[in-house]
Design a protein around this ligand. Structure first.
Ligand code: CMX
Ligand code: CO
Length: 148
């Protein structure tokens, strides 16, 4: 059901400085930037491979927009570093139901909006060997006729 790594989320204190590090050091360019108020992040997606058609893999650089957000809490506790891994699926609700049924806590009762209008859910890191895990259905995946 999970078919690829969609992105690796990296918590950073200064998004612009982090973007510049990845550009200068590895040559990765920003494919997309947005603010997601619900998640409390200002983020940049740097494409590592593939194309923006739902099959790419990204680094997701995350800067908190407010002090009570998950990324702000993470930075205060651990400092900058890898925050989560995200697996791609064509059916995020189905994948979450299956994984939740196996006893892993699913943190979102219904998929929320993620980067580039994807649909996302998070799994509790304490049930995933210490790894905060996200499931992602890209905007153009799994849609049926008549759905937005
Ligand atoms: N990875 C691994 N462990 C983590 C973690 C992370 N990213 N964040 C917190 N933890 C651990 C802490 O280290 C702590 O463990 P100990 O008690 O052993 O020290 C425990 O989880 C509780 O940590 P906390 O700081 O009290 O954090 P909360 O319980 O309040 O929240 C979590 C943790 C995972 C429930 C919350 O961060 C969450 O809901 N995350 C999902 C949403 C999110 O991260 N959004 C930002 C990204 C958006 C995007 O990708 O688009
Ligand atoms: Co993410």
């Amino acid at each position: 059901m999970l078919t690829r790594i969609d992105h690796v989320g990296i918590a950073c204190a200064d998004l612009a400085a982090s973007i510049e590090f990845y550009r200068r050091t590895y040559g990765f360019e920003v494919a997309h930037e947005e603010v997601n108020e619900e998640q409390g992040v200002r983020e940049a997606m740097l494409r590592v491979n593939g194309t923006d058609d739902g099959g790419a893999t990204y680094l997701q650089l995350l800067e908190p927009t407010r002090d009570d957000s998950p990324v702000a809490k993470f930075l205060a506790r651990h400092g900058e570093g890898v925050h989560h891994i995200a697996f791609g699926t064509a059916d995020v609700a189905g994948a979450a139901a299956g994984i939740g049924g196996a006893g892993v806590r699913v943190l979102d009762s219904a998929p929320r909006r993620g980067s580039m209008d994807s649909r996302i859910v998070f799994l509790h890191p304490k049930d995933c060997g210490g790894v905060l895990t996200e499931l992602v259905q890209a905007a153009d995946q799994g849609r049926h006729h008549g759905e937005g």
